[in-house]
Design a protein around this ligand. Structure first.
Ligand code: ZN
Length: 134
């Protein structure tokens, strides 16, 4: 598979509004806007930096995956997203190599990207997202 770059780093926060003070006011990143992905019960906020982005993730529901993550592990880095040129092909190859996947097929994430998660059991505890953008 062809992995192009770190597309973004996903950070779970209790409140985007609160976290913006650090990323925007103190670290000087540019806030690019928020988007709610209802299916994943999450609001995301993107802060581009260099060739990549920081993605803050705030749960919209106490039952959402981000709320559960924070409950178990506290706020912090939740996933790393790798940009791939062909997500279908990448998932095919991973399946062939016996890598456990959360998403067998790509779904639509924030910004209209096609995304899929690998299972942390297969990746040494790191939640890896594959991400294809046109
Ligand atoms: Zn992400």
């Amino acid at each position: 598979m062809r992995t192009l770059k770190i597309d973004h780093i996903g950070i779970a926060v209790k409140s985007i509004e609160e976290a913006r003070k650090l990323y925007e006011d103190i670290l000087g990143l540019r806030y690019e806007g928020s988007e709610t992905v209802a299916e994943q019960k999450v609001t995301t906020a993107f802060f581009p930096i260099g060739d990549t982005e920081i993605e803050l993730l705030e749960s919209t529901d106490p039952d959402g995956p981000i709320a559960k993550f924070i409950e178990k592990r506290g706020e912090g880095i939740q996933h790393i997203a790798f940009r791939v040129d062909d997500i279908e092909k990448a998932l095919e190859e991973l399946k062939k190599q016996g890598i456990q996947l959360i998403d067998e097929k790509p779904r639509i994430g924030a910004g209209g990207a096609r995304i899929a998660f690998l299972h942390p059991k297969a990746t040494g505890g790191v939640l890896i997202e594959l991400c294809e953008r046109k």
